[in-house]
Structure formats: C-alpha cells, structure tokens
Design a protein around this ligand. Sequence first.
Ligand code: FES
Ligand SMILES: [Fe+2]
Length: 374
Amino acid sequence: MSDPQPNFEFSEVAERAWTLPAFTYWKRSWFDRERSEIFLSSWRCVGHVSEIPEPGDYLTHTLIDQPLLVVRDRQNEIKAFHNVCKHRAHLLLTEERGNLGKSLITCPYHAWAYDLNGALRAAPNCELVRGFAKNDISLDTVKIETIMGFIFLNLDIEAAPLGPQISAGVDRFRAHFSDLENYRLASSTTFDIKGNWKNVGDNLLECYHCHPAHKAFVDLVDMDTYIVETTGTWSWQGGTTRPQNSAYRIPDGLSDQQREFITFYVWPDMAFVRFPGSDAMAVFVFEAVAPELTHQRFAIYSPDGTLDDIGQSVANYFSEVLGPEDVSLVENVQKGLHSLSYDRGRFMVDADRSYFSEHAVHHFHSLVMQHMRR
Ligand code: FES
Ligand SMILES: [Fe+2]
C-alpha cells in the first residue's frame, strides 16, 4: 500500500511557490510512492526503432525494479512485454540486446518458451501435469508507442497515449531534422549519478545556474536569445549559438536554425537535445533507480549512425565539460538536501519568464505533485 498523500503545501503559483521539501529527494517511502504514482504509469523512452532493425532483434530495459523487453517480431512489428517467466519468475532475456534468430523466447531456468506474441508454446513435461493449460499462459504486454522513431513504454495498459500530449513540441522539434524516424544510434553511455532523479531534472530545467556553473555554455549560446517555455507535460529551452565560442567551434555560414540549441523535456524523465551546428541529436534519460541513485543515459543519434567533426565536438563538449559540471552540481545538492539547515527553497521566478527564471522547475514540481496527490 502506498504511503498517505503528501501533507505539505505546494503553490501552483510559481511566483509564490517553494520547492518540494528536501525529504522528497531521499526518503524511501516517498520514492516508493513515486514508483507507484508516477513511474508505473508514465512513458519511458527506451531507445530508437533503428536499434532493433531486424526481425528477432530485441532490447531489454529495467524501469526501477521492472524488467522489460522490446522485440521486433517476424511481421516487423515492435512488441513489448514484461521480461519475466510465468513459471518461477526467472528473467527471460538477460542480455542488454541481441537477436533471437528463429528461436522462441526461451527461459534459461526450465526452458519454457514463448513466441513473439508472448504466448507460451512449450513447457517441458507439461503434458503430464494435471490441469495444466499451456494456452492460458502468456507474457504480460507492455504498452508501446513510437514518436519520431523513439520507443516509449508504459506499464499501465490503460495509459493515455503520449503522442497527443506532446504533439506541439514534437512538431516543433521535428522541424529541425529531416527524418528522425531513420536516424541511427551513434553512441550511448549510461552512468550513475549519486542523486535523486528530481534533482537531475531540476538541474536540467533551469539556466539560472548557467552563468556561474557553465562558463563555456554561456559563451556558446547567445543568452539574449535563450527561452524557457512550459506547457502541459513538456517544456522547451533553446537559443541560438555563436560560431566563435569557448565550448567548440561551429562552422560559419549556418542558419540560425542550424545553430540552435534545444532541450525538449518530456515528463517525467527525459529530454530530446539538439546538437547546435550538427544534424545529430541526443536523448537524455534520467532513470530513477533508488532514492539517491539515478542512471543517466545519454544516447546520440545521427542520420547514418556516425558523427561528423562538428557532431563529435558537441558530443565531447557534453561528455567532458557540460555533463561533469552538472553531475557535480547535482551530487553536491544531494548532500545538502540532508542538512538539518535546509528544507525548501524559493523558486526564483520572474514576471517575464526570462531565461534566468526557474518556472520550468516549478512546472516539473507541479507535475510531481499532481501525480502524488492523486
Ligand atoms: S522460471 Fe522460467 S521456465 Fe522455470
Ligand atoms: Fe547545467
């Protein structure tokens, strides 16, 4: 059973609001409630269709404690199931990705075998077990949706489709790329952050910290053009970049659009990022694992799965400069959140919703509260 509902005030008016209390960033009971009220019914981006191009290709994913699998079936349709055997719960596919060839999904423990529709096809010795009806057994389906070629899963089979919720943002993002459905994975890294997933989200969703903490970023981006907008279950940050800057060199002669930096955040835990000056982009997922542990996945995609010089420069800047700067901020906040001297802070929101303003963090906290108060 979930814990009782939150019993603190949270203002929907950003100008007046205070952040979520510190305990929500480390207390196990709060995290467990987030698991049930947020993650078991939200959409999680697990990859791109090009990562499982052939029939029989699969990938596995863990959502907190829920093992999942995504497979392309023989009819080229992508399906998702709980990655757990119905006999005695052994994981079915234990590799991160692979190809089943012509085989069924076969459990390594006692060799129960399921087809790509999830139906149980074989269970050794089952003919001799009285009343055992093989046909009654199948893997539980996970809801799946692809957006711009990216695969999203939802454990709540009744969940409202994601597409309509974020379509305006998707249209806006898609306008920067020729054909995201056919993009391919160029690289992917996942690393641990010793911090709560909301702490990572908070950091992603404001640029109030950019001047003090990201010297090269505020040289790269023309901050006079930087916008932070929120709507529904997504938000948008972006601005034009300068060719000459201390982060990395951008070729002259590119249009404003080609030089644009974009972070398109989608509730609860991911963002699409546009690489300024390049046709590459990235998916950034901050996967909650435990109250104070987040797996950060940063996967880069490009039209042909390789990075040109400029794409590589952006990737290096993100992984060697911007990323480590943010990880340090988040981990130091996580330590501070345990202090007896801290509980909540004031959102620094201004009337103009300038790029300094923390309204997108307030928007994020509002979404957390909407789910936690259900
Ligand atoms: S646990 Fe899978 S066959 Fe026994
Ligand atoms: Fe940052």
